[in-house]
Design a protein around this ligand. Sequence first.
Ligand SMILES: C=C(C[SeH])C(=O)N1CCC[C@H]1C(=O)O
Ligand SMILES: [Zn+2]
Length: 597
Amino acid sequence: TCSGDFPEVRDFFQREGELLRQRRREEFLAAWDYNTNVTEENRLNMIAVSARNAVENLKASQLVRTKKYKELPDPCLKRLAEYAGEIGAEILSPEDFNTMLNAVSSMQSNYANTKVCSYKDPKDCSLTLEPHVQERLSNSRDPKELAHYWKEWYDKAGTPMRDNFAKYVELSNKAAKLNNFTSAAEYWVHMYEDPDFEKNLDDVFQAILPLYRELHGYVRQRLSRHYGEDIVSPNGNIPMHLLGNMWGQQWDEIIDLIKPFPNKPFVDVTAEMEKQKYSVRKLFELGDEFFQSLGMSALPESFWNLSVIEKPKDRTIVCHASAWDFYQDNDVRIKMCTEVDTHYLYVVHHELGHIQYYLQYEKQPTVFRGAPNPGFHEAVGDVIALSVSSAKHLNTIGLAPQAELDEESRINELFRTSLKKIVFLPFAYTMDKYRYAVFRNEIDEHNWNCAFWQMRSEYSGIEPPISRNDSDFDPPAKYHVSADVEYLRYFAAHIFQFQFHKAMCSKAGQYVKGDAHKTLDNCDIYKSKEAGSAFSHFLTAGASRHWTEVLKEFTGDTTMDPAALLEYFEPLRVWLKEENRKEKVKIGWGLTDKVSH
Ligand SMILES: C=C(C[SeH])C(=O)N1CCC[C@H]1C(=O)O
Ligand SMILES: [Zn+2]
């Protein structure tokens, strides 16, 4: 905690921090019980604990503000006072806060309980998103089957939640205004501690858009040739149900249909893991071992005993993956419905990144046990996954035949990675540009659904398989909209992770500018203690210092800068540009016609 003068102030924050830690532990334990056993009783208990703690949290924040500790000369105590004086929706009256908790948890319960009817066997209506529907969206190549599951999911996970969502928007804005923000959008923006956040975000988006447009044009032409022009027009929006993902946020699951060099052997990690009889636990052990190889924290015994890493058969859980900090004795856990495949190999590493951050900053004062920029928390696991998914590492752990790729295989791999990392950016950008516009009352409520699809078309050049109108309501069909989880944290993470990757690859001697064998996409930081100690130093700070300070120490940068990401994909950009020129690929798209008022 803070050192220096003002012992009575430091004692105050010590005491308040300990009380806050106990409240957070109690709150997350109740939320854990609900998330790992979705029943009305557990939902109501979670709400009751949150509502009780809200009263204490509000009082504590008001006490800090009345003491005017923010005016102290000591920068550490000043920051501590700023963070301890923060309050969110808990500023609402108990009645309003209870209404908001009910609205959000009802959307969460609906999402967790939604079941859809099978395409092949319409009487079977027991299919859940994970694993059944997600598997169909990844692997089916039948446009009719894909459209069936798309409509089933959006109609059942989205539309019925319109009223809950409207109530959530109203009360989120009411809370923001009570906190002297113009709307909930400004409350979300302020978490980035960057006065020019929205401008910087737009600049980053514009910097990656040319690459995204080339990639979109190439994918559209390949899909148009595969499915025919009456299903995929060569110059319009791409029908999103064909892209291998329910929300069109990542397209790597259809790599088999569109890879640049089809005759090049492709590392099928899923098949290899099945062949080697990988267990779910093995995926977690891989990630745990990677962090330990860097000299970073090992998973505590309690993690293995208390986590829920497979979908139970006897109860409903919230399958959407999440990592939890229970604020005591490194009690950290993951809850997810893991399957043994490439997708979940990534998700496991993503979640273990959150766990590592919890373990690294656990000695900080309670209010500093978090990331100083939301994008950091979502980038920790992803940066490790960039090494794990490299041909070099997959070869090291026996999941891929060769360590170094020839030029064509390298383009195939860069292409597959871009179908995750580049495609994701306009999606993430839209998820919150849309919610900002809703919070700011820039979209009339009767136009909420059409505006959503118009924005998805404008920024990503994708559209629904069928026409949607305003009696539909599709946004809550995405987990984070139902669960009130801000989404630009993932956008920021997709930029930061390449800055982290470049810094650690340099420290590991795996990246040397200009050396064709030591490029960013061929870097594996595995076992590098230099990379690990720099990473650990960055993570242990938690939120105790401004994000630009710890970022500068770690990478030399002081901003969210897409240069490292663009350098990583530069060989692909050059190849795509030339290929699209040769094949006369049309670049760009018009507004979707799949919306009707
Ligand atoms: C894995 C998580 C839990 Se923090 C997640 O929600 N992610 C990880 C990447 C993007 C985003 C999503 O699934 O939409
Ligand atoms: Zn995450």
